[in-house]
Design a protein around this ligand. Structure first.
Ligand code: SF4
Length: 106
């Protein structure tokens, strides 16, 4: 039997469901590494690696270095547009981005 109290609890929980994707998006957006972040500037982080002045590193051609193939890009999905970066305290960086801390995945 549904009591008035349990009905109200269920109703209020259901009312929040349409807001969750928006809230998740806002949280993710808030966790992106801002380009004007001091650490991002120090490491010359960019969201588009083609804009960065890169050099060949550890046997990998400069043009092949992007966040999505960096050791610090933490995701199981190699095609993820954004993922946490260990170098930036697990804030989100762009998959096609780059910074001077790039290291190839082992
Ligand atoms: S450390 Fe790697 S994943 Fe993180 S911003 Fe630099 S290149 Fe991208």
């Amino acid at each position: 039997m549904t009591t008035r109290r349990s009905f109200l609890k269920q109703s209020s929980a259901l009312a929040l469901i349409p807001l969750m994707p928006v809230a998740s998006f806002e949280i993710a957006a808030a966790n992106k590494v801002p380009l004007d972040d001091p650490a991002a500037k120090a490491l010359r982080y960019v969201e588009d690696a083609t804009l960065a002045k890169r050099a060949d590193k550890m046997g990998v051609a400069a043009a092949d270095q992007v966040c999505s193939n960096c050791r610090f890009y933490i995701t199981d999905d190699a095609t993820a547009a954004w993922a946490p970066c260990q170098l930036f305290q697990n804030r989100l960086v762009a998959g096609p981005g780059w910074c001077a801390g790039w290291v190839p995945k082992s």
